[in-house]
Design a protein around this ligand. Sequence first.
Ligand code: VGL
Ligand code: ZN
Length: 229
Amino acid sequence: MADKAIIPGTALIVVDMQVDFVTGSLAVPGATELLGPINEIIDLPFAYRVASKDFHPPGHISFATTHGKPLFETISIYPPEDLVAQTGGDVRTITEKGLAQTLWPDHCVQGTPGVEIIPGLKVDDTFDIIHKGTHPMVECYSAFKDPWHLLRTELEDNLRHNKVKDVYLVGLAGDYCVKATAIDAAKAGFNTFVVTDGVRSVSPGGEEYEHMKAAGVGIINLIELKKRM
Ligand code: VGL
Ligand code: ZN
C-alpha cells in the first residue's frame, strides 16, 4: 500500500467481521477463509475505510431467547410506536408493515468477546467503526439504516463527507448484512461493488447476488478489484 497512491473517491466497507460471525455463536460457513483475502483488500489504496459492527443489547428482538422460541423460526415484528411517533411520518402506514424476522442465537452482544472484530483482521485505527442493531426493538442488517428507516447510522454522512463515489464491500453475511448494506449503498447513489472473495453467506447459493445485481450492485472478484485499484 505504501507504494500506491490513494485513489480519491473510493471506500472500503468491511461488514460485521466479528468473532461471533466467524468462530462464535452464529459462525458463518467458511468465514475463517476470509481473513487472507480481506487483509489483502485492506492493503489496497482506498481513500476511506470503515467497518461495521453488529452491536446488540442483551435481549435484542432478533434473538430466539428473547421470545422463548426455537432458533431460526421466523416471526413478524413491528416498529416500536415511540420511534415511529418521533419520525413524524405516517404512523399507521409504517406500523402496518410487519417484517419477517429470523430468530438468531444470541450474538454480537455489547460487552461480550463475540462482538469484537475477529483477531488477525487488519481493521486498524484508520477505520471508522459503525455500530448497528443497537436499539433493543429494531433489527438492522444494513449498516446505513433499519428497514423502517427510523434509525440511521453515520455511514452515509461519513461517505459523503469523505467525497466517496465508489463503494466496495466485503464481510458477513452475504445474504444478510452485506446484501442489505450494498443495496442501501446503491440506492443512496454510490457506485457499489461487492467483492465475492471477501464474502460468505449463512445459506450460500440463495439468490443473494441476484438480488444485489437487480438493485444495481456490481459483483466482482478480487482479481477484478485489483485491476481497478
Ligand atoms: C447478521 C444475522 C443477524 C449479519 C447480523 O451480519 O449478516 N446476520 N445479525
Ligand atoms: Zn444481528
